[in-house]
Design a protein around this ligand. Structure first.
Ligand SMILES: Nc1nc2c(c(=O)[nH]1)N[C@H]1C(S)=C(S)[C@@H](COP(=O)(O)O)O[C@H]1N2
Ligand SMILES: [Mo]
Length: 372
């Protein structure tokens, strides 16, 4: 069992939430920031710089893991924290404290967490059509080992009624971020209430003391600082599945389809744009699919025929695979591309269907590389 040390009280008892200054969004990238900047009180949106992943192990270290907040990070004192499970879909209201949560049957697995908007800036930079919202390139993804209690264990302790339909975790942040999922999704074995990330207690910005991890779904479903789980007998809605995080406009017309499952992407472990000295280089990258396991990754420089990159184990379903290829770089400006394929038969396309809010960019990206 992963040992999670008790944290000291972060502030005086009385309220479990410390009022914080008005939203201040800081546009910085993980890797440019000092560790202090990454654990502060700010509503922080920070993406992992891909060059910071070059040559690293499989997992994203906690301090390099992207942060996406809709409101400032709340500071929660674990001894006062409670998770309440309630609603017409359960037989009784259940309250679980932090120590109790740590004593429930636990599970650990390695999975990616990826923002639905990852790659949004590329709609403009590659496809020439801008969308509003946080302009992530490809760094709004990370892979970690998550440890926690299966949501099923917790729901069963509250007694799931035969009529139960949807499950909506709610965060304790100022916006009370919440988003529903069908009961069947909530009961999957890799949907958990997590309290540890890469063997450490969840960092504050990643949801301390506990967050939901909904494997394979856009990370907006993985509610941080979870305080309440509502179980309904009817379909539920929240601004995050009706107005935000929906596919609408472009090829989707007037419909509003909530973003759920993630797709397929690849990224090079290089700065954007990259600058290299001429000569022989090993170029590394990672590819991931929420729909299956990556079976093959190909690369192409300056429009030359696609060739296979060398995959590096492990290749965990629902996480990513590392790969590399050798390149003899000549002076000039180059366009380096990678595309992945998965066991579900998906291949990264040359273009992503446009949608107004810029979700699920999955097309092949020409990475600009200057060589001198
Ligand atoms: N309570 C709460 N949970 C949240 C969010 C939030 O703002 N508040 N952001 C969501 C979104 S949009 C993403 S992409 C992920 C980011 O998780 P991370 O900051 O740990 O990388 O958390 C999700 N869970
Ligand atoms: Mo997100």
């Amino acid at each position: 069992m992963t040992q999670v040390p008790q944290r000291p009280a972060l502030y005086a008892p009385g309220s479990i939430l410390k009022p914080l200054p008005p939203e201040q969004f800081v546009d910085l990238r993980v890797g440019e920031a000092s560790p202090d900047d990454l654990t502060g009180d700010l509503a922080l949106n920070a993406e992992t710089r891909w060059e910071a992943m070059a040559g690293r192990d499989y997992l994203t270290p906690n301090e390099l893991f992207y942060v996406r907040n809709h409101a400032p990070t709340p500071r929660i004192e674990p001894s006062r924290w409670r998770l309440r499970v309630e609603g017409p879909g359960v037989k009784r209201t259940l309250e679980i404290g932090y120590d109790e949560l740590l004593r429930l049957p636990e599970t650990s697995f390695v999975r990616a967490l990826e923002c639905a908007g990852n790659g949004r800036a590329l709609f403009e930079e590659v496809q020439g059509r801008a969308t509003p919202g946080t302009p992530w390139r490809l760094g709004a993804i990370g892979v970690a080992e998550w440890t926690g209690v299966p949501l099923r264990e917790i729901l069963e302790r509250a007694g799931i009624k035969a009529s139960a339909q949807e499950v909506m975790p709610e965060g304790l942040d100022a916006v009370r971020m919440r988003r529903p999922m069908p009961l069947e999704k909530a009961l999957e074995e890799d949907v958990i209430v997590a309290y540890a990330m890469n063997g450490e207690p969840l960092p504050q910005d990643h949801g301390f003391p506990a967050r939901v991890i909904v494997s394979r779904w856009a990370a907006v479903a993985s509610v941080k600082w979870v305080g309440r789980i509502h179980v309904s007998e009817t379909p539920l809605s929240s601004p995050w599945n009706t107005d935000k995080y929906v596919l609408t406009g472009g090829g989707f017309g007037a419909g509003r389809i909530p973003v759920e499952a993630q797709g397929l992407k690849s990224a090079l472990e290089l700065p954007w744009p990259a600058r290299l000295r001429r000569g022989r280089h090993t170029i590394g990258g990672r590819s991931w699919s929420a729909q299956g396991v990556i079976t093959r990754v190909e690369y192409s420089v300056d429009g030359e025929p696609w060739r296979a990159a060398r995959l590096v184990e492990p290749n965990v379903p629902g996480a990513w695979v590392r790969w590399s290829f050798g390149w003899d770089a000549r002076t000039g400006r180059h366009d380096v591309r990678a595309r992945a394929m998965d066991t579900a038969g998906n291949v990264q396309p040359d273009e992503t269907p446009f949608n107004d809010l810029g979700y699920l960019y999955g097309a092949v990206v020409g990475h600009p590389v200057w060589v001198r």
